[in-house]
Design a binder for this molecule. Structure first.
Ligand code: PCA
Length: 334
């Protein structure tokens, strides 16, 4: 390589020494495809942060688990290897049940209910992440979770013994409860696992089915609408505190905008994904009453287990969630 030397000008010196132009660079590891709606939202967020801070804070998004695997991102942010990152909260349920709140089947099955559940979960989540040296910036729900399957299924008995991809402790627990064989695989490696037959079935959103081209391997999507797990963008507290107050405020404001935008896009794309799966040759099916009944039973076992593990914090979340239900829904439940 040719070596070139640049004259060090007074301006360059001022830039190096001066705080007026101090620029902070952050890496944001994320686990999903660059074309996924969450990743696109992160890229927009990074762009907006750049604008809002007049270039003082530069965030580089590393999608598709290219910097850290999905379940390593939280620890990377905690340890400061990455200043900021996007995690799937339910991945960390074994660390603390509160992280698994939004992975309990049939607790919240619509966007409106998931938003209320998030509001109920948030104070505890803030406390928990705070105690671990991190801070929650924003969270966005995935579309609702259904069952991808190779063959027709009319009850959970039809899933017995099959190779079941799990992405979280709860989805592995479902496999256990229905007698399937769980294998934990992150989304970035799912296409490969499907193509090689390591996976015959799994629960996730139409979004992940679409991103991973699941329709090339599996022919059915049972639209159980079981739960809407959330991706959360978390930041290392020390890294956040090292920013000047104006940059902190710009970051927080931009995060709130990204959260609102993310929920909106998720809801808008939910229908698009299912339609697209159908167009790619998949059968998008309303589950039979029996299959739903079986899955609801799985859900009630998991809710009871979770409540036992989550203790008073869990109780507070469930109570706040119930309290925020619209009057009509409350009356209907009686
Ligand atoms: N997609 C992610 C998690 C939830 C979802 O819809 C996945 O399957 O890994």
């Amino acid at each position: 390589m040719q070596r070139r030397s640049f004259p060090i000008t007074a301006l360059a010196l001022a830039l190096f020494a001066g705080s007026a132009f101090a620029q902070t660079k952050w890496d944001l590891p994320a686990a999903y495809a660059a074309t996924n709606f969450h990743s696109e939202n992160l890229i927009q967020f990074a762009k907006d942060v750049d604008t809002a801070t007049a270039g003082k804070l530069k965030i580089t998004v590393h999608a598709n688990a290219s910097l850290f695997k999905a379940n390593e991102i939280k620890r990377a942010v905690q340890g400061g290897q990455a200043q900021i990152g996007e995690v799937l909260l339910v991945n960390f349920e074994n660390e603390n049940p509160i992280y698994g709140t939004d992975g309990i089947p049939f607790l919240a099955t619509s966007y409106a209910d998931s938003k209320r559940l998030y509001d109920a979960q948030k104070p505890v989540l803030d406390k928990l992440l705070g105690a671990q040296g991190m801070k929650l910036l924003f969270a966005v729900a995935w579309p609702s979770q259904g069952i991808f399957a190779k063959k027709e299924i009319n009850s959970v008995a039809d899933l017995r013994g099959i190779k079941w991809r799990a992405y979280s402790p709860a989805t592995a627990k479902i496999a256990e409860l229905i007698g399937a064989q769980p294998v934990t695989i992150q989304a970035a490696e799912l296409s490969q696992a499907l193509a090689t037959g390591v996976v015959e079935s799994y629960m996730s959103s139409g979004s992940t089915g679409y991103d991973t081209k699941t329709y090339e391997s599996l022919k059915y999507f049972y639209d159980t609408q079981a739960w809407l797990p959330k991706n959360a963008v978390i930041v290392n507290k020390k890294a956040f505190e090292a920013l000047d107050p104006a940059t902190q405020a710009a970051l927080t404001k931009t995060a709130a905008e990204a959260e609102a935008r993310g929920w909106k896009v998720s809801a808008e794309k939910d229908g698009f994904y299912k339609k697209a799966l159908g167009e790619k040759g998949m059968k998008v099916v309303t589950p039979s009453a029996k299959l739903m009944e079986d899955m609801r039973q799985v859900g009630s076992i998991m809710l009871a287990d979770w409540q036992k593990k989550a203790g008073p914090d869990g109780e507070a979340i469930i109570a706040a969630y119930a309290k925020s239900a619209p009057a009509a829904a409350k009356a209907g439940k009686k």
